[in-house]
Design a protein around this ligand. Structure first.
Ligand SMILES: [Zn+2]
Length: 117
């Protein structure tokens, strides 16, 4: 017991100067999301034609695409392999709208199917 090392064994690690890059991209990313979320409504119709859509993402039994330009979402038909329906930032709204539409379609008599012969 020569000396007490209570203060010497500080658990806080020293700041590492090698990691500013990852830290920076970490807070730049959500900031960009916030900006597109706030200014998104204007951006959609002004400059973005949603030509660059992401690969379909699955959520709640639905597949949807996200615009790489402005972040707008659109439902994706996995059978036809193409997007359908309106563009919206509100995925819940898109799903609710599509569910209501399918419910309506299932109540109507199915159209006669063409058999490709
Ligand atoms: Zn877009």
């Amino acid at each position: 017991m020569a000396h007490e090392s209570v203060l010497a064994s500080d658990p806080v690690p020293p700041v590492e100067p090698l990691k500013p890059k990852s830290k920076r991209s970490h807070w730049l990313w959500p900031m960009g999301l916030m900006a597109t979320g706030l200014a998104g409504m204007a951006v959609v119709f002004r400059g973005c034609w949603h030509r660059r859509m992401s690969w379909p993402v699955r959520a709640q039994g639905y597949a949807y695409q996200v615009c790489l330009g402005c972040g707008v979402k659109r439902l994706f038909d996995e059978d036809a392999f193409r997007g359908y329906g309106p563009y919206s930032y509100d995925l819940q709204g898109l799903i609710a709208r599509d569910q209501a539409r399918r419910l309506k379609q299932s109540q109507e008599p199915a159209p006669p199917q063409r058999t490709a012969s």
